[in-house]
Design a protein around this ligand. Structure first.
Ligand code: GLY
Ligand code: MN
Ligand code: MN
Length: 445
């Protein structure tokens, strides 16, 4: 069975009911991700669409959910799936088929996906809204419009309406997914544990003379050993000046003594991912200049984490980090002036050019609004998870920066669960203080 299958019918039924209650009367139409071609007849690795996986646990491509609420406690879910096919299964592995979809995943009805466009007009009555997110999959949208276009054509001599109103379910879906349920938190904790293990392994494996991709292999092998079938996003393994490239992906430089190595990588478990960055010296000891920058970033990150209180603005961590980093930039001799004025002028921007936080969950930059309808920042809700990831980036040629600091890039990133009490750092076990990193690295693999 695919490692993406989550066979817990009661859990998924409860999630569907919650979502359908929040959406109100109407029919939800939701497709999983599409398989993507890589080259020739080779496909990219398939990952189920986050929303469909959240609502069904079903792991296969070509799955479409059609669900409607009956009342506040009951709904009816039809899952359209690929049919069993002995020849294809010889090549690609077993399929659940319609019978398996009902028996294992607990939907009320399953049909071959080839029947979707024929059956949809029966399942989605004209008078009720059709909850469907346009624009995600143009081919799917085209077939949807064709199916209801044909219905509208047949009804052209009757009174309006001739087809259902299409209503975007994603804002409601995002609001549901923003607050993690108990099963999701367990998966996130497992993803965090695998991620921590990978970062520790990479710290112990890295050394001068090694290529960045060798450290990456050590990191990701540990993710797999710890039960993660894939990464939540491509690993950033950036040594020396590469740390200043925010989404560096080449990972092909040979590291030398005296480099810092920035690794931003997260393991995915049950479709949820951690997102952790650690920055450490490849030879196991920080230089005084590296340590000075590192301490500034760490102090800011701890201030950011403390700000993740329920009811606070979602960007409280950013505001705290910016204040702390600006003070640090003055202490490092990079900026001159009064820190509160420098904050107001965004003087930190050349050296800290990204945000501090994003929602985290199934997608590394997870769904969830950052502003309400009036444009005000959203408030932190208990059960939401966000990153806190300040950094400082001094490129090698930056003459505004004292010479000793040039070429140093540091980011520190953890995953924070907002609770009614104190924020919980899900990734706290990854070594972070200079002393802890040097101690862990003293035991080399
Ligand atoms: N790993 C991407 C990010 O930290 O946002
Ligand atoms: Mn992040
Ligand atoms: Mn990251």
């Amino acid at each position: 069975m695919s490692r993406d299958a989550i066979v817990d019918p009661a859990l998924h039924r409860a999630r569907r009911q919650r979502l359908l209650n929040a959406l109100g009367d109407g029919v939800l139409l939701l497709a999983t991700a599409r398989e993507a071609g890589r080259n020739g007849d080779v496909l990219h690795e398939f990952r189920p669409g986050s929303d469909l996986h959240y609502l069904t646990g079903f792991p296969e491509p070509d799955a479409v959910l059609v669900a409607r609420r009956i009342d506040l406690r009951r709904h009816h879910a039809t899952l359209f799936v690929r049919q069993r096919d002995p020849e294809r299964e010889t090549w690609d592995g077993p399929r659940f088929g319609t019978e398996g979809a009902v028996r294992r995943f607990g939907v009320d009805r399953a049909e071959p996906v080839a029947e979707l466009w024929k059956l949809l007009p029966e399942l989605a009555p004209i008078g009720a809204p059709l909850f469907h997110a346009l624009g995600r999959d143009h081919e799917f949208d085209r077939r949807l419009l064709a199916a209801f276009g044909a219905v509208a054509d047949k009804r052209r001599r009757r009174v309006w309406p001739r087809h259902p109103a299409i209503v975007d379910p994603l804002p409601v879906m995002a609001s549901e997914r923003l607050v993690k349920d108990r099963a999701e938190l367990a998966s996130l904790r497992a993803a965090a544990a695998a991620t921590v293990a990978g970062h520790v392994t990479a710290m112990r494996a890295a050394r001068p003379g090694m290529f960045e991709y060798e450290a990456q292999v050590a990191l990701e092998a540990e993710f797999r050993r710890a039960g993660s079938p894939r990464n939540g996003y491509p690993s950033i393994v950036a040594s020396g000046g590469n740390a200043c490239v925010l989404h560096y992906h080449d990972n092909d430089r040979r590291m030398v003594a005296g480099d810092l190595l920035l690794i931003d990588a997260g393991a995915e478990v049950d479709g949820l991912t951690a997102d952790v960055t650690r920055t450490f010296p490849v030879d196991g000891r920080f230089t005084p200049a590296q340590a000075a920058v590192y301490r500034v970033v760490l102090r800011a990150q701890l201030a950011g984490i403390r700000a993740c209180k329920v009811g606070a603005r979602w960007d409280s961590a950013h505001r705290a980090c910016v204040r702390s980093l600006t003070r640090g930039l003055v202490e490092l001799g990079v900026l001159k002036g009064a820190p509160h004025e420098l904050v107001a002028e965004n003087a930190f921007r050349p050296f800290y050019m990204h945000g501090t936080s994003h929602w985290l969950g199934r997608d590394v930059h997870d769904v969830g609004a950052y502003e309400d309808a009036e444009g005000n920042p959203e408030k932190l809700r208990a059960g939401a998870v966000l990153t806190v990831e300040p950094g400082l980036y001094f490129t090698a040629g930056d003459r505004r920066v004292p010479k000793a600091l040039r070429g140093i890039g540091v980011r520190i990133e953890d995953d924070v669960l907002v609770t009614a009490k104190e924020p919980v750092v899900l990734t706290a076990a990854a070594p972070k203080s200079i002393a802890d990193i040097e101690r862990v690295m003293a035991v080399r693999s």
